[in-house]
Design a protein around this ligand. Structure first.
Ligand code: GLY
Length: 360
């Protein structure tokens, strides 16, 4: 079994990210050694609970861990304050106190809800992340962003609250729907473009092994993304500057996602957003056409979309660009590649170039 350890160094809030096959059944032993909580509330959606819940709960019991499963309906529609309120009441009724802890077993929605709940229940109790989608394994489970959606926008209410540990079992990807796997790959490609040309080339070479879920390749891929994310978060935990590079592909991507009425899978919107940002970088004179084409080719090779669907209204996209939470004082910030492996953050982008890219 390949075992990998990545560390997020944030002084007294530092934590390990463990990555391996077959990890789900071993988490209990580690929790036992680390003594994070007296009792654990395992938060999961009903879909993930049906897939992994009983096996996971049994492994905790076998390791001598006291744990109770709390579920909510699967889907982004559950990511709101009412779910947090309902789960808080359930924890209180079941007698969870300050010595107890939470476990997020699931994808990004579960991780964001559980992290937020952990940060406010009894003014904060510890939690750990057990991400079960590729997207949450390479991005949302690491770095401490938590939150919920409100009618005015996604993730508008939340906290920065770091987990005590992240446990990534690559075997859970075997049951992940193909479009969710591809959606996660979009975030993986993001790391290559923003920080690591060698990793980008690795992704170009390993497409078949990735789709075949080859364990050594998946472990290396997830570990490299976590290393880059950890490196960014260690320097800029609260997104004052550097962390914004993680938004590569998300500026136009989020606007396209919103303009699609959230019909487009998040990772697909990010893929489109990365192609648009590369195109914008070419228009702005900071990236060569060859590099932009290489980015587009890799995204397409993983079966991801590269162009904004024709039926999405361009004016709507522009409206969402201006109301995005990353927009400050009407200034839209873009993360533009300068070459594969390096990006810059800028609000100095000509409107006509944005129009050209959106029209393409
Ligand atoms: N997903 C971007 C971040 O964690 O900053």
């Amino acid at each position: 079994m390949t075992k990998t350890l990545v560390k997020v160094g944030l002084d007294e809030r530092s934590y390990p990210i463990r990555i391996s096959s077959g990890l789900l059944e071993k988490i209990g032993i580690d929790l036992h050694e680390r003594n994070i909580g007296t009792k654990y509330g395992v938060i999961s959606d009903d879909r993930v609970a049906a897939l992994h819940g009983s096996r996971f709960m049994q492994s905790l019991t076998d390791a001598g861990i006291r744990a109770e499963l709390l579920t909510f309906p699967a889907g982004e529609a559950s990511k709101h304050l009412q779910t947090v309120t309902a789960l808080s009441s359930e924890l209180a009724q079941r007698g969870f106190d300050r010595k107890d802890a939470l476990i997020a077993l699931g994808g990004g929605v579960t991780g964001d809800i559980t992290g937020f709940l952990a940060s406010i229940y009894l003014r904060g109790i510890p939690f750990v992340q057990v991400p079960t989608t590729l997207l949450s394994q390479v991005d949302s489970s690491v770095g401490g962003k938590t939150g919920v959606d409100i009618p005015e926008g996604k993730n508008l209410v939340g906290t920065f609250y770091q987990p005590k540990a992240v446990y990534i079992d690559i075997d859970v990807l075997n049951t992940l729907p193909a479009d969710e796997l591809r959606g996660g790959i979009a975030e993986v490609i993001k790391y290559g473009v923003i920080n690591d040309a060698e990793f980008f080339a690795f992704l170009e070479q390993q497409r078949e092994a990735v789709f075949a879920l080859q364990q050594d390749v998946l472990t290396k891929l997830i570990a490299r993304c976590c290393e880059i994310k950890a490196w960014v978060v260690e320097q800029d935990e609260r997104e004052g500057g550097l962390r914004r590079i993680l938004n590569f592909g998300h500026t136009i991507g989020h606007a396209v996602e919103a303009a699609s009425g959230f019909q487009l899978i998040h990772g697909y919107a990010v893929a489109i957003g990365m192609c648009a940002a590369a195109e914008l970088a070419v228009c702005s004179g900071c990236l060569t056409t060859e590099s932009a084409e290489r980015i587009r080719r890799l995204i397409a090779a993983y079966g991801l979309p590269t162009a904004i669907p024709a039926n999405i209204n361009r004016e709507e996209i522009k409206k969402y660009l201006l109301t995005d939470k990353k927009t400050v004082g009407g200034r839209v910030f873009y993360v533009l590649p300068e070459r594969i492996g390096a990006v810059k953050i800028t609000d100095q982008v000509r409107e006509e170039d944005v129009d050209t890219v959106l029209a393409a």
